[in-house]
Design a protein around this ligand. Structure first.
Ligand code: UDP
Ligand code: MG
Length: 316
């Protein structure tokens, strides 16, 4: 490598043409204020707009602009993972392209690292410009996850953060297919701290996180860091079996002792539906875990790169 890079900034891009120019300016001024050697890594995650053209143009003008162009949309977590794989800075920042994460906060986070932290993440005080549905489900999800996992994953925190190269090396050795980076980073340990910020509205364009992408992220977070759903399946199985045993006793008692048998269509239906429901839920839960085991057994590459201007011999 010709020169040590102090700070890599990773920016996943999915249809962000309206944000790239301003984002680039603000990131530049952040890096200037910090006075560090830098690289910006844009990962184009199958955008359908002109994002990749804008990035390519920048990369021709400035040698610190790197890009990775995916063959299709692989999702935000995978895009960030690719950025981490191809980064070479001593410290690595992850930021959304839509300016919901204020680039200037990187200065504060960077300086906070000098106090001896390997991770400084940005915690949302408020979230603006997001639907009530998204805000409530996100809030609920972070709290449920915290309850059922043994890893201390910070609440109300996305992937906006700076991490030390040590963390990047840990992440590179975690080959799991389903990525929940904020969980993996929490799991890695080291000294972690946070700064708080107010999340503003997206500057331009619309969210790339559809409902199904959010659901996938949430399920990955839970299945990667908790066995609680499986335990729930077992426990509810025992409870239902217990109730069934009592009902059996009662049925035998009323048939042979008091010789009074009820027509009982309602109670029968309720039992069948209840037990059937519990069975479907538990089979579903087991299926979620098995599908993840299957994905990991297949060992497909996490992403496919169409083209990039990062040379593999430049990586450390
Ligand atoms: N993104 C991505 N791939 C996707 C969806 C989103 O790389 O499939 C990027 C997007 O360009 C942005 C970041 O991930 O830089 C966060 O996405 P978004 O702002 O759409 O999510 P939200 O803030 O609404 O949760
Ligand atoms: Mg956003």
């Amino acid at each position: 490598m010709s020169q040590e890079i102090a700070l890599s900034i990773i920016i996943p891009i999915y249809n962000e043409e309206g944000n790239i120019p301003l984002l680039f300016d603000r990131l530049n001024s952040v890096a200037d204020q910090l006075g560090v050697t830098k690289e910006f890594i844009f990962i184009n995650d199958g955008s359908k707009d002109n994002s990749i053209q804008l990035i390519r143009e920048l990369s021709l003008r400035y040698n610190y602009i790197k890009y990775i162009n995916f063959s299709r949309n692989f999702g935000h977590q995978i895009a960030v993972t690719a950025g981490l794989d191809y980064s070479s800075g001593k410290r690595v920042a992850i930021i959304d392209a839509d300016l919901q994460d204020p680039p200037e906060l990187i200065i504060e986070m960077y300086n906070k690292m000098n106090e001896g932290h390997e991770v400084v993440y940005a915690k949302r005080r408020v979230r603006d410009g997001e639907t009530v549905f998204k805000k409530t489900t996100a809030k609920l999800f972070y709290r449920i996850l915290k309850k059922i996992t043994s890893v201390n994953i910070p609440v109300d925190t996305g992937d906006f953060r700076i991490v030390d190269r040590k963390i990047v090396d840990v992440l590179k050795n975690m080959p799991e297919q389903e990525k929940y980076l904020r969980g993996q980073i929490a799991w890695a340990g080291f000294r972690q701290t946070y700064v708080e910020y107010d999340r503003v509205e997206r500057y331009s364009g619309k969210t790339g996180y559809t409902f199904s992408k959010m659901l996938k992220l949430a399920l990955n977070g839970i299945t990667s860091f908790s066995d609680f759903p499986l335990k729930f399946a077992t426990i509810s199985g025992f409870i239902v079996a217990g109730i069934a045993f009592l009902v059996t006793l009662y049925a035998l008692y009323s048939r042979f002792v008091i010789k009074e048998y009820i027509a009982g269509w309602t109670s029968l239906m309720l039992c069948v539906l209840f037990i059937g429901g519990i069975q479907l839920i538990t089979i579903g839960i087991i299926g979620e875990y098995i599908s993840r085991v299957a994905a990991n057994v297949r060992k497909r590459p996490l992403y496919i790169i169409d083209d990039t201007n990062i040379k593999s011999e430049d990586l450390n």
